[in-house]
Design a binder for this molecule. Structure first.
Ligand code: ADP
Ligand code: ASP
Ligand code: MG
Length: 446
């Protein structure tokens, strides 16, 4: 058994759905469990429709056209009624937003859930039509339960047992191909939740772990995990294999290719994850494995996160004192703000915030009770995922490159996991840095 996940860029129109069916057909002997994202940009379009409703216009035309055209092109006349019912529910919701002038995170999750609910139905119907008997499932009906952290739900442990109970029988009797909505779940009170943007990667990983499959395949529009973001460096090249640890770090430190938390369930069960190219299915892609070590290369991947806030907590008097650090972190905890990078010196602690927040007034006020605070916005974290055994060599080359460009590194930290070195520059310097570093580490050696 395997899990195959198709992202929004793969499932974007009728032709792509036909290709997906071919890919699934080729893997049928491995008993695939399918996870799907919403079609194309549907999630963004639904969020936009919500904003428009809030500001006085209810309009679903673009989303409707995409889904009805797809049905028509795939010759799925019988499905039209089911899809119409979903659109009626969606229109009701938008009128609700329009009338109440309210679009809470909870409502947003309900709103975007329509994308995956539509795509899973269409894909399952098409598979059945081309003689691959299939059935679609809304994730909550097969046990996906999350906490109530709307727009960024955490999958609850109890989900694994529930999923295994609902779909486990297909292990021995694979009588149809299940197509499951990615990204969405329900909390214990029955409210629809989502697992954060890009969350269908996480759905695939949870599903794979719950069913103990042999491999989880995530199908994207690139040849696997690349040496850096191809939108910055066009000729970034695929990495053949990478460890779970490295993959977790690169997802966490901004590489958009995988949802930040998606590796953990697969890692705990030691299930390989393969990132494959939907447009070139013979390409092996990147395989993410336990304990994979590449002793030869210095660096595996360069990632970055833009628009990061840096906070310097400076205190000459108290820093060395017992309990000072815990007071600082308690304040972050009280404000529910999590921190990405930390570096300390004798007189200061520098930290970057995990999420962008416009308003940091309360945090600042609380921290100022115990120290001097400086908040710096508009920073980027650049992260070098690699063999930290060679960190001095990596750092030497990084510093030489930045010095040559007159760029000042404002903070640096080496992760405890020993696979990443991160540093901060100004947002406007990030692209040049990534391009130069990519050249040094990946282009000049070949
Ligand atoms: P999907 O939602 O279809 O599953 P995503 O769009 O979330 O796929 O992820 C694939 C995209 O991630 C690529 O098109 C690429 O632009 C971007 N990306 C950023 N960094 C990397 C990287 N290091 N390797 C591969 N792709 C990356
Ligand atoms: N459709 C969701 C999104 O666009 C989830 C996903 O694609 O993984 O974020
Ligand atoms: Mg994605």
């Amino acid at each position: 058994m395997i899990v195959m996940k198709f992202g929004g860029s793969s499932i974007s129109n009728a032709d792509r759905i036909k290709s997906i069916a071919k890919i699934i057909q080729m893997s049928l002997n491995r008993k695939p469990f399918i996870v799907t994202s919403a079609m194309g940009k549907t999630t963004d379009n639904l969020l936009q429709a919500g904003e428009n409703a809030l500001h006085g216009t209810v309009n679903l035309e673009e989303i409707k056209t995409l889904h009805y055209d797809t049905l028509k092109e795939l010759g799925l006349k019988k499905e039209k009624e089911k899809i119409e019912d979903i659109f009626k529910e969606l229109a009701n919701l938008l009128w609700g937003i329009y009338l109440l002038k309210e679009l809470s995170p909870r409502t947003k999750d309900y709103l975007v859930s329509f994308g995956e609910r539509l795509s899973a139905k269409i894909l399952a119907a098409y598979l059945s039509k081309v003689k691959i008997p299939a059935q679609s499932f809304d994730a909550w009906d097969i046990g996906f339960t999350s906490n109530s952290d709307f727009t960024n739900g955490e999958v609850l442990d109890e989900s694994y047992e529930k999923i295994s109970q609902s779909l486990g029988k297909l292990k021995s009797d694979y009588s149809y191909t299940p197509v499951i909505t990615g990204f969405i779940a329900k909390d214990k009170s029955g409210n629809i939740t989502t697992l954060g943007r890009g969350g269908s990667d996480l759905t695939a990983s949870v599903l794979g772990a719950a069913l103990d499959v042999e491999e989880i395949e995530v199908w994207k529009d690139v040849d696997g995990i690349l040496t850096t973001d191809p939108r910055i460096v066009k000729h970034a090249r695929p990495v053949q294999a990478i460890s779970f640890e490295e993959a977790s770090e690169l997802a966490y430190f901004g590489a958009k290719v995988l949802h930040p938390r998606s590796i953990i369930p697969a890692m705990l069960k030691n299930i390989p994850v393969r990132v494959k190219n939907f447009y070139d299915f013979d390409h092996p892609g990147t395989v993410i494995l336990k304990d994979f070590k590449d002793e030869k290369s210095l660096l595996r991947v360069i990632t970055f996160k833009r628009n990061v806030t840096l906070i310097d907590v400076v205190s000459t008097r108290m820093l060395g004192q017992y309990g000072f650090m815990s007071k600082v972190f308690q304040i972050f905890n009280d404000e529910k703000i999590s921190v990405d990078m930390v570096a300390t010196s004798e007189i200061s602690i520098s930290m970057t915030l995990n999420d962008y927040r416009e308003n940091l007034d309360t945090l600042k006020k609380e921290l100022e009770k115990i120290a001097n605070i400086e908040i710096k916005k508009g920073k980027s974290i650049i992260t070098m995922i690699g063999n930290v055994k060679h960190s001095s060599e990596i750092l030497e080359q990084v510093f030489n490159a930045l010095k040559a460009k007159g760029i000042n590194v404002q903070m640096i930290s080496q992760g405890a996991s020993k696979v990443n070195i991160s540093f901060i520059v100004d947002d406007r310097e990030m692209e040049t840095c990534v391009k130069d570093l990519h050249k040094i580490f990946f282009e000049e050696t070949t």
